[in-house]
Design a protein around this ligand. Structure first.
Ligand code: ZN
Length: 181
């Protein structure tokens, strides 16, 4: 399990591990929710354009159908997939498949996101990666949304989100609350 905020390098870490397995002649396949079409329909593309081929899926159940005969299954942006993903990953792991999942730990309000908390609980290993707070340079804790939009799922990049540490997030959200009064 690779989890963390936006701009923390989750996808880069997933790609690194998948490429390493591929180099060892293991059969690898990356899946990502079809909702995430920010860069390309078919490629998992990280912010630094270091890409690897992926298969878009609508639901976690598709992974079991598509992952037969695969040694290493990678799943990117897993927070957008359904809660059934936990059982799918367990099934794969019990069948001897190595499963590497990357996802946002929390939404922009700091609430645990979709199947990620359950996946962290059942994972053999959890790597929490951190971005750097853009205000003070400490390790970031959450992806703060810069524009007023209350939808939970809003795909974004640097214009819409900024990584902040707990202290700077507190200041930023208090400022917003005062503005709205
Ligand atoms: Zn800070």
């Amino acid at each position: 399990m690779i989890c963390g905020s936006m701009f923390s390098g989750k996808t880069e870490e997933l790609i690194r591990r998948m490429k390493r397995a591929k180099f060892a002649k293991q059969k690898v396949e990356i899946f990502k929710p079809s909702i995430d079409t920010r860069y390309s329909d078919e490629d998992v593309v990280s912010h630094d354009q270091n890409s690897i081929h992926s298969t878009p899926i609508d639901s976690s159940g598709n992974i079991l159908l598509l992952a037969s005969d695969i040694d290493v299954v990678g799943i990117d942006e897993a927070q957008f997939l359904d809660e059934g993903l936990t059982e799918v990953c367990n099934k794969l792991a019990y069948n001897g498949v190595r499963v590497i999942v990357a996802g946002l730990d929390m939404d922009y309000k700091g609430v645990p996101f979709g199947p990620i908390p359950a996946l962290c609980a059942i994972a053999d290993e959890v790597t929490k990666v951190h971005a750097i707070c853009v205000k003070c340079g400490a390790l970031a804790y959450v992806s703060h949304r810069l524009i007023a939009d209350n939808r939970r799922v809003m795909l974004g990049e640097q214009q819409e989100y900024e990584p902040l540490c707990r202290e700077c997030y507190k200041k930023a959200t208090q400022g917003e609350a005062n503005k709205n009064v």
